[in-house]
Design a protein around this ligand. Sequence first.
Ligand code: AP5
Length: 224
Amino acid sequence: MIGELMLPSSPPLVLILLGPPGAGKGTQAKLLQEKLILPHISTGDLLREHIRRKTPLGAQAQGFMDKGNLVPDSLIFDMLFERTSHEDCSRGYILDGFPRTIPQAKALQDRLKDKPAPIVLNLELTDEQIIERLTKRVICEKCGTPYHLIYSPPKVSGHCDRCKGVLIHRPDDTEPVIRKRLTVYHEQTEPLIHFYQRLHLLHTFDCTLDKKEVFDHILSIIKG
Ligand code: AP5
């Protein structure tokens, strides 16, 4: 696919995965990463890595994340833009979980102003479907790959198909915290749909479909 979609001479491709918690951003980002050979940058994964390494940033972020609140923009910007400055991002990258607020979207537009416009992939799912998905999700402790205990279970129970890492439940995947994350999404992140619609960059996908069908639909938009 790299030959079909991304020639070495292709302009950098920035994909933004937008959508509520549990809509399938991480799932689609992993599939896109493999197909397009572009780095998958998840601000949630970066923050969890800081928490795991017990860095000062991780210590500041943890309280916000455990309660289902957003981490302040001031902590997110340096972490994210430091990552996108790495050499492996020169052909583009896949953003998962960023931007999440209007100031974050504006800061990203500012960074990309001399570059081709990003493609914004908006994943849609209802709140009740999200709760059903997240309460039965497990993720790989090592590489972050998400599984669903019913819809996409691992081949070997408790272990990641990709890297054999141990599968765990995320501490913010309890129903009260999921409901709080949904409230935060509707208040602070949903306005980005209108923001990107006005820029004619938004493509919306029905994520009640099977993950492969959603992925094929996304690829058809990128090819187009
Ligand atoms: P983050 O890690 O980004 O979490 P999130 O946005 O809440 O999204 P999730 O990772 O929970 O879900 P997803 O959409 O990736 O779904 P998945 O593919 O796993 O953020 C966590 C926290 O970090 C935030 O609350 C905040 O505190 C902080 N943070 C992060 N970024 C920030 C930022 N920019 N600014 C401020 N704070 C920030 O899929 C879910 C489940 O469904 C899985 O089990 C999967 O297997 C299954 N599934 C996926 N697709 C399908 C399908 N089509 N059919 C059936 N099942 C499916």
